[in-house]
Write a protein that binds this ligand. Structure first.
Ligand SMILES: NC(=O)c1ccc[n+]([C@@H]2O[C@H](COP(=O)([O-])OP(=O)(O)OC[C@H]3O[C@@H](n4cnc5c(N)ncnc54)[C@H](O)[C@@H]3O)[C@@H](O)[C@H]2O)c1
Length: 285
């Protein structure tokens, strides 16, 4: 008998908030490449973007696999409930969830930030992750174990990966709202992980470094007709130098999919930093 492992890493059903573009879409792509039979992209983007995302993912799905889109808002519990219900109707279960919907929020010193804008970033990046976990956990805790657990290993009903950021462990001038929300994601991940571990659901989070997605473009790339961006000079280069190099979205996608594999059984409430060494580097490069 061969002891080599050759089965797909993630053969189950994945639900991704913020899945229409950027890191969420890259995560969906990784799940598809790792053999997921079902993928649900939950996002607030308009239909044309959702459809384009679905078409991208369908190129990578296993034969017979299916990708669904659900247009909704992570701050609206009913939207998440309806999306999870549709996922379970279609696929029978929900094995992996990646909670990546997010915004950058106001980039300004505390005394210059509009309070409404502060509350909005907390609502989406913190409450939105909490609501997503709440709805996903309620379902995962009711289902049987994921298929493909190796003999002698504990059963697992599901795995959730929340999106924190290097701002979950560090601050950044001009980012109080974003940083508060990302510290909160780390705290919620730890608490929910302890609540769910005894019932076979693992909750973890990841902290990506610097990837030039649409989230960050407005801060670092000058808008059309403008010569400077919000953050002037070579701010982006400095971040990438400290990170060691330019990172690809797929590098984040792969980590999230791997973290959902049941062989990660003892990884619970962890914050996995994906930053090329940014946060361990005291030097600018
Ligand atoms: N890009 C980076 O360098 C970086 C670093 C660390 C963490 N992150 C985090 O990664 C996650 C994904 O961001 P990204 O960089 O891919 O940016 P992105 O803007 O491309 O993706 C964010 C997605 O979230 C969706 N979204 C926003 N508000 C929503 C809401 N209320 N309901 C549903 N969907 C909503 C957007 O429509 C978008 O598709 C975010 O949580 C972000 O904070 C990004």
């Amino acid at each position: 008998m061969s002891h080599h492992r050759s089965a797909p890493i993630c053969p189950g059903v994945a639900f991704i908030t913020g899945g229409a573009r950027g890191l969420g879409l890259a995560i969906a792509q990784s799940f598809a490449k790792e053999g997921a039979r079902g993928i649900v992209l939950f996002d607030i983007q308009p239909d044309d973007i959702m459809n384009a995302a679905k078409a991208t993912i369908e190129q990578y799905m296993v034969e017979g696999g299916k990708c669904l889109t659900f247009r909704g808002d992570v701050t609206v519990e009913e939207d998440l409930e309806a999306a999870v219900a549709q996922t379970v109707d279609e696929f029978g279960r929900l094995d992996y969830a990646a909670n990546f919907a997010g915004v950058v929020g106001p980039l300004a010193a505390t005394w210059d930030v509009n309070t409404k804008e502060f509350k909005k970033v907390i609502d989406i990046n913190c409450t939105g992750v909490w609501l997503s976990m709440k709805v996903q956990l309620k379902h995962m805790l009711k289902q049987d174990s994921i298929d493909g657990i190796e003999q002698g290993r504990v059963e697992q009903r599901g795995a959730i990966v929340n999106c924190a950021s290097v701002n979950s462990i560090q601050g950044g001038a001009g980012t109080t709202g974003y940083t508060a929300a990302k510290h909160a994601v780390l705290g919620m991940t730890k608490s929910a992980a302890l609540e769910a571990r005894g019932q076979g659901v693992r909750v973890n989070c990841v902290s990506p470094g610097f990837l030039l997605t649409k989230l960050l473009e407005p801060a670092f790339v000058p808008a059309e007709g403008q010569t400077t961006a919000l953050l002037t000079g070579d701010a982006w280069k400095q971040y990438e130098d400290r990170q060691g190099r330019k990172a690809s979205f797929e590098e984040v996608g792969d980590v999230v999919a791997l973290l959902c594999n049941p062989r990660m059984s003892l990884v619970v409430g962890h914050n996995l930093v994906i930053d090329g060494g940014f946060t361990i580097n005291e030097n600018p490069a």
